[in-house]
Design a binder for this molecule. Sequence first.
Ligand SMILES: Cc1cc2nc3c(=O)[nH]c(=O)nc-3n(C[C@H](O)[C@H](O)[C@H](O)COP(=O)(O)O)c2cc1C
Length: 181
Amino acid sequence: MLIDLFNETWKELEDGSKKHSHPFRTCTMATSEISGGIRQRTINFRGLTKKKTLLFYTDLRSIKIEQIKKNPKGSVLFYNHSVQLQIFLSGIIKIHFEDSLWNDHIVNIEGKSINDYNTQNAPGKPIKNPIAVTRTKDLNFAVLELIPDTIEYLKLRDEPSRIRAVFKLKDEEWEKTFLIP
Ligand SMILES: Cc1cc2nc3c(=O)[nH]c(=O)nc-3n(C[C@H](O)[C@H](O)[C@H](O)COP(=O)(O)O)c2cc1C
């Protein structure tokens, strides 16, 4: 039974990374602010690797990069309303820039998605006119890789089908445990 929930988790994540209309196409990523608080933001889920790590794209100059450099611990939260499934994953976030994984993904940045990474000033900088954004030829593209060590599965349907489980990575094996929902 636990193995079914574990497999369902990875199947949903795989579908979310591939199908544009899947609710797991976006998720909420949380990182630690330099001041000690928590910062969350919506982010597109771009890929699931063979090593079961999750990939995201961002601007190398965004604030989350600074936060991850200081504290690489982070988490992401997905919700699929149609099956009432929430998946939480936490672990270490690795920043990829000009390495082989980055090379594999920068080729996907074309057309209007180029504009996500080419502003002259860093994202989050104050501007007077929101439509007068200067762009450059430089692509400040980075890939974020979440290497999860804890996953929580929660399906909150009517009793008795509420179900909650946690999967923890111990010595390269996923320990699986039911929790009170
Ligand atoms: C639907 C949606 C998808 C988004 N996808 C991304 C994304 O893939 N990468 C990203 O860096 N920001 C994405 N954003 C913007 C972030 O939510 C956030 O505003 C931005 O990354 C700056 O965050 P930071 O200042 O905490 O680094 C998205 C926002 C929305 C509403």
